[in-house]
Design a protein around this ligand. Structure first.
Ligand code: BG6
Ligand code: MG
Length: 219
């Protein structure tokens, strides 16, 4: 039976993907690197350093390890400054309603984000109270598609993987959920999250009612 839910943050609760994109774009401009939305799509759900390596490799650039760390910090400084623009009006449509609904029905809820800035994002949204456990990029060392962040959330919620549903918008995130033995709800197009147990185009459609209807035998 389903007793808990674990949510990805960027692209599920709020659209920070755009702010990540703008920050990487600014860094790429300073480096004279090619970077566009198609490359950015490949960064969805991917950790900061892995993202930087994807952009670097896309440009066939060679960068020393300590310089890579500097560049990651530069991008992060730009991104963190842009988070000040985020407000409680910036939930993706349907996300706040779903979190409220889960609280009302007494489900246990965790965050399972790859971001090291998750706490700041939740503060800006005033969303901390919706989560019993906050798992983020500081909680585990192996990032998605490894299942560690979701296993961390389930363990802290004192639930088994098969008692939890994971919401994810990234290909690597669905891979991580499936690898951990979780039920996965994919948010986004078929070519990205079609391997989830059930897929919705947007959070507005991925209501508790819709999910319960799909996983009838688990509720
Ligand atoms: C994920 C985002 O949630 O977090 C990625 O989808 C991002 O785009 C990753 O790279 C790491 O985020 P941060 O805030 O630690 O750089
Ligand atoms: Mg995401």
């Amino acid at each position: 039976m389903i007793k808990g839910f674990i949510f990805d943050l960027d692209g599920v609760i709020t659209d920070t993907a755009e702010l990540h994109y703008l920050a990487w774009k600014k860094l790429a401009e300073e480096m004279n690197w090619q970077f566009d939305r198609a490359v950015n799509e490949r960064l969805r759900g991917v950790s900061r350093m892995d993202s930087l390596n994807i952009i670097k490799d896309h440009n066939n650039a060679t960068v020393a390890e300590d310089r890579l760390l500097e560049l990651a910090t530069m991008k992060n400084d730009i991104y963190v400054a842009s988070l000040d623009t985020l407000t409680p009006d910036d939930y993706l449509p349907g996300a706040k309603e779903l979190l409220t609904h889960l609280r009302q029905e007494g489900f246990r809820v965790a965050l399972g984000s790859a971001s090291k800035n998750a706490a700041k994002v939740l503060e800006q949204l005033e969303a901390i109270g919706y989560f019993d456990i906050i798992g983020d990029g500081n909680s585990v060392s192996k990032s998605k598609p490894e299942p560690d962040i979701f296993l961390y959330g389930a363990e802290k919620l004192e639930l088994k993987a098969e008692e939890c549903i994971v919401y994810e918008d990234a290909e690597a995130g669905i891979d991580a959920a499936k690898a951990g033995g979780f039920y996965a709800v994919g948010i986004g197009p078929d070519d990205r999250v079609g391997h989830a147990d059930v897929r919705f185009d947007s959070m507005a459609e991925a209501t508790l009612f819709a999910v319960k209807s799909h996983f009838k035998e688990l509720f």
